[in-house]
Ligand binder design. Structure first.
Ligand code: AMP
Length: 500
């Protein structure tokens, strides 16, 4: 067990803010790459962490994305790696990321900041072939960037040794907890040498994460750059109360809210991957420039969609929390919550996509009567009530929208009709008494086109499932699609412990 150093945050940060990149102890090559990136001043976490990482100290960074935390570990690592050489199958440093997108982003950072040093790296993430990654590992790499599941797959196949790891980074640890990766992380820690340097980042510090840092970090510098529950004052937050929780009402309300806002570019967040698909398709059908992004979509499609959004070619990104967390997307003008997120922390992360760097941003959260609990939890976390907005025509637009075809009552009638049609079919087949049933023989056997379902994705339009055998990380469903869990147990929690 090691002790943490809880004290130095305030003092080091004040001092840190006056530092320049030249004061941090980075090599001329790295400084050149940093200056070429256009950065003039280190962010507080960079100023505090970089000199300590260069000295070999463990770091516990309590920071969310957008604080410059990635450069706070990649920059000093590049200089640490400049000395020494690679050995086959034994990476010298290891970076664990919860999602493929984050891993790919960190790899890009190494390319950007390490362009004047000759570093080799491998990316062990789903969606990239095992063979290519094996070949890289076999030659030996300086930096290995991986998602935990994929890393253990390689390890179990005997393709990798972690005994040469000098620096290990765990990024977005609270998201790892959320995704059930904590047992994997513990296992990976134990496979690396006790003498390694550990850099650990998390936006929040739930008890399970604190326990992990106490067990595996040695006298870390603790840098907390902003409270996880704060939301920028440049973001206008509003909630739009809906008369009911019906999905059609919600989708129509979303369109009304988008129409009433001056959207330059925006992200619509949904809690479930299925909703991401449905909402994106619905928006598209209604003429909006929208595309979905979530963990079940093919990697190349996700990358393409993100690139389009980044370049301004795509106006509305419909996303799940896991897919969007930590993504380096430009400042967006609007964030729309199709429904309040299940955890209040996610609300802070979601709306943090807008109003960056002092710019103005707006967020709207749609909430039905069933969302009260989530909304209360959010207001408690951010410490203030969210202003209620009346968007002209929302209830009317939601209920009276022609595409919704009358909402629930209509759908119930339709279901009844379909049910009786099916009954007729059965009768035809088994009782062979067509002549005695006046309606059955005249009714068409195939179901009528379902008007009310017009904006639902048809089966053939849903993204095709991958044919290959499921990878380890894919076998574990994303947090957003799993049932309730017990923190820290990942998927292994016994049923009786799972919260209802
Ligand atoms: P991160 O928190 O690591 O996800 O970084 C958020 C964004 O800040 C990224 O787009 C970085 O390129 C950018 N960034 C990192 N460090 C600096 C800096 N010192 N000055 C300006 N931008 C930075």
């Amino acid at each position: 067990m090691t002790s943490e150093n809880p004290a130095p945050v305030g003092a080091e940060q004040t001092q840190a803010q006056t530092k320049t990149f030249n004061d941090l102890g980075l090599s001329p090559d790295t400084l050149r790459a940093v200056h070429e990136s256009g950065y003039t001043t280190p962010t507080p976490i960079q100023a505090a962490a970089i000199p300590e990482v260069l000295k070999g100290r463990d770091v516990l960074g309590i920071a969310q994305t957008g604080t410059g935390k990635t450069a706070s570990f990649t920059l000093p690592m590049i200089d640490i790696l400049a000395a020494g050489r690679t050995r086959a199958r034994m990476p010298r440093t290891l970076i664990l990321e919860p999602t493929r997108e984050l891993a790919a982003q960190v790899a890009e950072s190494f390319d950007k900041y390490g362009k004047y040093q000759k570093l080799t790296k491998a990316l062990l993430i789903g969606g990239v072939s095992f063979a290519d990654q094996d070949a890289l590992l076999a030659r030996g790499v300086d930096v290995l960037i991986a998602t935990p599941g994929r890393l253990l797959d390689h390890f179990e196949r005997g393709k990798l040794l972690l005994t040469g790891v000098q620096v290990m980074v765990v990024d977005e640890a609270d998201r790892m907890l959320d995704m059930g990766f904590i047992p994997d992380i513990e296992r990976i820690f134990k496979l690396t040498p006790f003498t390694r340097q550990t850099l650990f980042f998390s936006a929040t510090m739930p008890p399970e994460i604190t326990r992990l840092t106490q067990a595996f970090l040695h006298n870390p510098l603790r840098v907390e750059v902003s409270k996880p529950a704060t939301t920028a004052s440049t973001i206008t937050q509003r909630v739009v109360m809906l008369p009911g929780g019906d999905p059609r009402t919600r989708r129509a309300a979303l369109r009304a809210v988008i129409d009433a806002s001056d959207v330059k570019n925006g992200i619509v967040f949904c809690n479930r991957k299925t909703d991401v698909d449905v909402v994106a398709l619905s928006l598209k059908r209604h003429g909006y420039d929208a595309a979905p992004i979530h963990g079940d979509l093919d990697q190349s499609l996700r990358t393409k969609t993100l690139d389009r959004f980044r370049s301004g070619d795509l106006k509305i990104l419909v996303a799940s929390d896991v897919a969007a967390r930590g993504l380096d997307v430009p400042d967006v003008s609007h964030v729309f919550n199709y429904e309040p997120p299940r955890t209040p922390d996610d609300y802070v992360h979601r709306i943090g996509r807008t109003g960056r760097a002092g710019r103005q941003g707006a967020s709207f959260t749609l909430a039905g009567p069933g969302d009260k609990k989530s909304l209360d939890a959010i207001e408690k976390l951010i410490g203030k009530p969210i202003e209620k907005a009346t968007i002209e025509g929302v209830p009317e637009a939601a209920i009276g929208d022609p595409s919704d075809r009358g909402g629930r009552g209509r759908r119930a009638e339709e279901l009844k009709r379909e049910h009786s049609r099916r009954l007729s079919e059965k009768k035809q087949k088994y009782m062979k008494r067509d002549e005695e049933r006046p309606t059955a023989s005249t009714e068409p056997l195939q179901p009528k086109p379902r008007e009310g379902k017009r904006d639902e994705p048809r089966r053939e339009q849903r993204p095709a499932k991958r044919a290959e055998a499921p990878r380890r990380e894919d076998r574990r469903p994303a947090r957003e699609d799993r049932g309730p869990s017990v923190q820290g147990f990942g998927d292994n929690a016994p049923a009786f412990l799972r919260k209802k």
